[in-house]
Design a binder for this molecule. Structure first.
Ligand SMILES: Nc1ncnc2c1ncn2[C@@H]1O[C@H](COP(=O)(O)OP(=O)(O)OP(=O)(O)O)[C@@H](O)[C@H]1O
Ligand SMILES: [Mg+2]
Length: 633
């Protein structure tokens, strides 16, 4: 719709700064949306003050009065007025502190915003003050008051100064419900703090200090008492903990979903998506799970300063966060589906309500392993066999048997096959000759493939997990180097040359550096000013895509400038070729191929690290496995 003032040009006013109160009212428009926003800000201030007890009082849906009392550090009398000033805060003092902020508040605008749309009174006393002091924005001055250590902030007649805003509010009952929900959001993340709430003089909430598990259950509700899983997983820089409602009592609305980042309630799409996806297998249609999820992350890796009410955050590495949450939740749910308490993480609760601490690598496994009913058979003896408990990893006489496995059923979950009837019988059929063979092969024999990324093998000590791409890359690289050293890189001529489009620079390189390329085992020829043909590749790399290989070598050459420096760059070039040729993720290998890779690794010097310095395989000893399952204790 065109502006009504189309005819007459608007009168121009000189640019001038807005009055301070108007600036605060504008900010309040975003920060103080309704009474519950006041409750949130006051509760967060109380938490930041180090309180152990917090009381909330609401009258007439918070429109008449909201009061929050804490027993925290208090505000010195001389700073009471400053506390109400915009952009005045005790919580940060520099950009550096902002980037690592650990308090819930940091902008120094909440009290100023509230004070711009309501009357406000702060009564506070620090530990060393002889008495409390109070400041009332109505009276405009500070004076001595009665009170113990801590702070009470009272907010009267919200939006009386901005009646337009008041019209947007709902009934007192609805606004009260939002206020109590705001309390719940804060309380869930601060279980060590006791909370109580009064509505129009009636006590409606009383939450004593407790463990996060107990607080979480109180938050989700009675129904979840026997229908939840606890999770606690992750590394120091990124940890996930929480309480997951089982799908058996899903909800029609997504109303009991609480996500926190470092103790701050957030409504973050990424987190919600990760959880939703993790529930997707077990929860269908338009049902919603209930959960409380805590993400603990290095504050430097998350920006909390992206939303007026700080309810959204931005992660430095969103994918890593998504992955961590997705795996933690999915694995806990799957474990619960399999009804195997040892794998349900914190589901195994001790009397004190604390989750049984599981070793970190178990948690890692929980995050990454699918818990399927294994269709392969792992040669584990009957679990009651005393021989299997508390033994040393290299105890002689422990049969390290090769496996009868379907390559598709590739997962350490196979190691749990003892749960499946008949597993022990099958195991006893293992061939003694194969036992000897297993002992002869340090890296053991393949069991199967995991997620198209890892090869799992059994050796005399237990389980070997191989990063198949990294390991293959290393093997190919070492072979290429040896062949190159011997000046005899065997070339596999291509019956039908592979051609690809190229630019001038590539064409020049092929013409100028033919000897170098030949030494690398690459036979290239120029077809036209814009096309190159690959006529031969190193026999070692014959199974790959010849054009892609040639292109990546040319790209690598372009980066290093000229090929004069072959000596210096040879290894880099060979590494490029090896990486290119190594088996890609998701390629299904047969057991024979996997065993061939293991044997190649045993023969290759330095095969325990890939060309990028990462390990190519790890050993998980039987003793360690026993520890996971608390055997022999
Ligand atoms: N309950 C409290 N106990 C102790 N100090 C408080 C309390 N409430 C407020 N303060 C002091 O008043 C200052 C201003 O509070 P305000 O909520 O306006 O800003 P903030 O918490 O620093 O930042 P934000 O605007 O992000 O909440 C705080 O920095 C703190 O020093
Ligand atoms: Mg604050």
């Amino acid at each position: 719709m065109p502006s009504a003032a189309a005819g007459a040009p608007p009168e121009r006013r000189p640019i001038q700064p807005l009055p301070d109160i108007l600036v605060s009212q504008i900010a309040a428009g975003e920060v103080i949306e309704r009474p519950a926003s006041v409750v949130k800000e006051l509760l967060e201030n109380a938490i930041d003050s180090g309180a152990t007890r917090i009381e909330l009082r609401i009258e007439e849906g918070g429109m008449r009065r909201i009061a929050v009392t804490d027993d925290g550090c208090g505000i010195p009398a001389a700073e009471l007025v400053l506390a109400l000033r915009r952009h005045a805060t005790s919580k940060i003092g520099s950009l550096e502190e902002l980037e690592r902020v650990g308090t819930l508040g940091f902008r120094g605008e909440a009290l100023a915003s509230i004070a711009s749309v309501a009357r406000l009174r702060i009564t506070s006393r620090t530990a060393d003050a002889p008495h409390a002091s109070a400041h009332d924005t109505g009276a405009g001055e500070s004076m001595p008051a009665a009170g113990t250590q801590g702070t009470t902030v009272e907010v009267f007649d919200l939006y009386s100064a901005t009646p337009a805003r008041r019209k947007f509010l709902k009934s007192p009952g609805t606004e009260t419900a939002h206020c109590i929900e705001a309390l719940r959001r804060v309380a869930l993340a601060h279980p060590g703090v006791g909370f109580s709430a009064w509505v129009d003089g009636r006590r409606v909430e009383d939450l004593p200090a407790s463990s996060w598990q107990e607080r979480g259950l109180a938050g989700l509700g009675e129904d979840y008492q026997h229908a939840h899983r606890m999770i606690e997983a992750g590394a120091p820089a990124l940890g996930v903990a929480g309480l997951l409602g089982l799908p058996t009592i899903s909800r029609a609305r997504a109303d009991r979903q609480y996500s926190y980042v470092n103790g701050r309630f957030v409504r973050d799409r990424l987190l919600m998506h990760a959880v939703k996806q993790a529930y997707a297998d077990v929860l269908h249609g338009d049902r919603h799970p209930a959960y409380v999820l805590f993400l603990r992350i290095d504050p430097a890796l998350v920006d909390v300063n992206v939303h007026p009410a700080k309810i959204e955050v931005r992660f430095r590495d969103p994918q890593a966060v998504h992955r961590a949450v997705f795996h933690a939740v999915r694995d806990a749910l799957r474990a619960s589906a399999a009804e195997h308490p040892a794998l349900a993480g914190g589901a195994a609760l001790t009397g004190g309500g604390r989750a049984l601490p599981l070793p970190e690598h178990v948690q890692t496994l929980q995050r990454t392993l699918p818990i399927r009913q294994p269709s392969s058979v792992y040669s584990v003896k009957d679990q009651t066999d005393p021989e299997l408990t508390g033994r040393a990893p290299s105890t002689p006489g422990i049969p390290a048997r090769p496996i009868h496995a379907a390559p598709t059923a590739a997962s350490v979950a196979a190691a749990m096959a003892f749960l499946a009837p008949g597993a022990a019988d099958a195991a006893t059929q293992a061939d003694a000759a194969e036992v000897d063979a297993a002992e002869a092969a340090p890296l053991g024999y393949a069991i199967g493939q995991l997620h198209g990324i890892y090869v799992l093998a059994q050796n005399a000590h237990g389980l070997v997990v191989v990063d198949m791409h990294a390991a293959h890359e290393r093997v190919v690289y070492e072979k290429l180097k040896a062949a190159h050293d011997a000046r005899s890189v065997p070339v596999q001529p291509l019956l039908i040359p592979a051609t690809f489009r190229a630019d001038r620079l590539d064409v020049r390189l092929v013409e100028d550096e033919a000897p170098l390329l030949a030494a690398l085992g690459l036979e290239l020829s120029v077809l036209s000013p814009t096309a190159i043909a690959v006529r031969g590749v190193p026999a070692l790399l014959a199974s790959g895509d010849p054009a892609a290989l040639a292109r990546s070598v040319l790209a690598s050459l372009r980066e290093t400038g000229s090929a004069d420096a072959l000596a210096g760059h040879r290894d880099a070039l060979l590494a490029t070729m090896a990486c290119h040729a190594a088996v890609r993720a998701n390629r299904r290998l047969s057991i024979e191929e996997m065993n061939a890779l293991l044997r190649d690794m045993e023969r290759t010097a330095g095969a325990d690290q890939c060309n990028h310095g990462r390990p190519t395989w790890v050993q998980v000893g039987l003793q360690e496995l026993d520890r996971w399952f608390l055997r022999g204790r």
